[in-house]
Every structure is written in structure tokens, then in C-alpha cells.
Design a protein around this ligand. Structure first.
Ligand code: ADE
Length: 263
């Protein structure tokens, strides 16, 4: 039986309402209901010190735009984080962070408690980074704030928590999990506008279906993401599947073999 693991996630943001989208739909809503995850959203304005609840001021050095104040983040840290017996792992989504991928999601999913600091405007006062454990970027482009990156990171890491996704194998078969892209998927009808489901998927022969899917995964990765394939350490089984795949291709196109010999 899969072990139950719970994770607690807190988010500090000036737009708490944005997280309704994350919490109130689909798989994550169910995970909250099943108490596999607790997601608490904190309003950064509640940690400000002035009556206007200001969270940003113009940056020093004559730059354009506003910078988020360090004080509300530190007040949250003092009140919420330092009061705990164990320190949660603090993530700051930022275009300057380590680029997010499945491996990093897997690592974050192992933590007991995570806190996300969402920045806005030109950025956060650099001194906030002193209390941050990891800066994470979701890609080499810039968004207007850390809320959407936080949601992307949370959604990805929660898929690794046992019980969040229906079956463990569906996570293991996902793209990137084993360094390869996922195989294709089909549902009813068998013939959709003249496009047929591959015969083998209707055969009921699980071993052959498994091999067919492995072939597809390998081939798709080679054709669409050669960068992933180069990094991939192939298992003995995957090498065998690849050999059969190449043999089949060469048998069907014996000319290729002939031409390559002629070169
Ligand atoms: N904030 C703005 N752009 C971002 C990015 N690419 N990744 C994470 N946080 C961000």
C-alpha cells in the first residue's frame, strides 16, 4: 500500500483571490478534501506597518518601477515561520532562480512544509533573499508576478504526492518522469473522422501494448526533444526496444540500408 504523505503549503501574496483557481478545481480540490495537502493563503498587506498597507516603494538608484518592501516579508517570517518547531522550506519564484523541472518538483514534494513568497512589480528587495531557501524560475521569460509561477510549481509537485493522482503508474508514465516523453493516448470512438486507433491497443495483449508504448516514447523523445534523449540513461530494456525499432525501420526501408552502405 502506498504510504500517506501530507504536505502543508502556505503562500504569501498581495492577490490572495488568485489562488481560488488553484484550490477550487479538479485534482487539487480533491487532494485538499482528502487532506493530502493543506494550502493556506496569506495576504502580504496584513504584515505591513502603515495605515495604507503599502507593500512597495520606488527602487533606489534611479531605476524605473516599484520594488516590494522587505519589511512585510520579514514580519511574516518572524510571526509565522519563527514560531514553528521546524522551519518550512521557503521558495521565491523569480526569473533569476533555478529553472523548474520534474526533478525539482519531486524534491519539493518531499518537504513537509513549503512557503511561497510571491513578488510583483520590478521585484522584491534583495534582502528578502536572505530568508529564502530556493529561488525558482518557471522558464526564461518574465511574468508580472510570482503568483502564476507559484501555482505552476504547486500543481506540478502535488502530482508526486501519493493519492493525489488516481494511479501511481499514470504519474510514472507522464512525460519527463523517466526522462522520456509520454506515449500517445486514445479513447472512443475507435474510428474518429477516418482516423483510427492503432490496432495493437485493441489487441488486449498487454506485453505488446507496453512495448509499442515504449517504442513510441523513445521515438517521440528522439524526434521532438533530442536534448532530453541525450541526457537519458537508457535501461537495458529500453535499449532492446530501440534495437527492435531500428531493425523494423530498416526492414521496411531496406533502401535506406542500401544507400547508407553505398555512401
Ligand atoms: N516571476 C516573474 N517571472 C518569473 C519566472 N519566469 N519564473 C518564476 N517567477 C517569476
Amino acid at each position: 500500500m502506498e504510504q500517506t504523505k501530507r504536505i502543508k503549503i502556505s503562500v504569501l501574496t498581495i492577490f490572495p483571490g488568485m489562488f481560488d483557481i488553484l484550490k477550487n478545481y479538479g485534482v487539487i480540490k480533491k487532494a485538499i478534501e482528502k487532506e493530502l495537502v493543506e494550502i493556506d493563503i496569506f495576504n502580504l498587506r496584513d504584515y505591513t506597518t502603515d495605515k495604507h498597507k503599502i507593500t512597495d516603494k520606488p527602487g533606489y538608484g534611479g531605476q524605473n518601477g516599484m520594488v516590494m518592501l522587505a519589511e512585510p516579508f520579514y514580519r511574516f517570517y518572524d510571526e509565522f515561520i519563527l514560531s514553528k518547531s521546524h522551519k518550512p522550506y521557503i521558495v521565491l519564484p523569480s526569473p533569476q532562480g533555478k529553472v523548474f523541472n520534474n526533478d525539482l518538483a519531486f524534491e519539493l514534494a518531499k518537504k513537509e512544509e513549503l512557503v511561497f513568497f510571491c513578488g510583483r512589480y520590478e521585484g522584491i528587495d534583495e534582502r528578502v533573499k536572505k530568508i529564502v531557501d530556493k529561488e525558482v524560475s518557471i522558464g526564461d521569460y518574465v511574468l508580472t508576478g510570482g503568483e502564476i509561477p507559484t501555482m505552476v510549481i504547486i500543481e506540478t509537485l502535488l502530482r508526486f504526492l501519493p493519492g493525489v493522482i488516481g494511479s501511481k503508474t499514470s504519474v510514472e508514465n507522464d512525460s519527463f518522469y523517466n526522462g522520456l516523453l509520454d506515449h500517445s493516448h486514445y479513447t472512443k470512438p475507435q474510428n474518429f473522422r477516418g482516423m483510427k486507433v492503432p490496432e495493437i491497443l485493441l489487441s488486449g495483449n498487454h506485453e505488446r501494448i507496453e512495448t509499442f508504448r515504449k517504442k513510441e516514447s523513445l521515438l517521440k523523445t528522439i524526434l521532438k526533444r533530442p536534448d532530453l534523449f541525450i541526457k537519458k540513461e537508457l535501461s537495458e530494456e529500453e535499449k532492446k526496444v530501440l534495437i527492435v525499432l531500428i531493425q523494423e525501420m530498416f526492414n521496411e526501408n531496406s533502401n535506406i540500408l542500401k544507400e547508407s552502405h553505398d555512401v
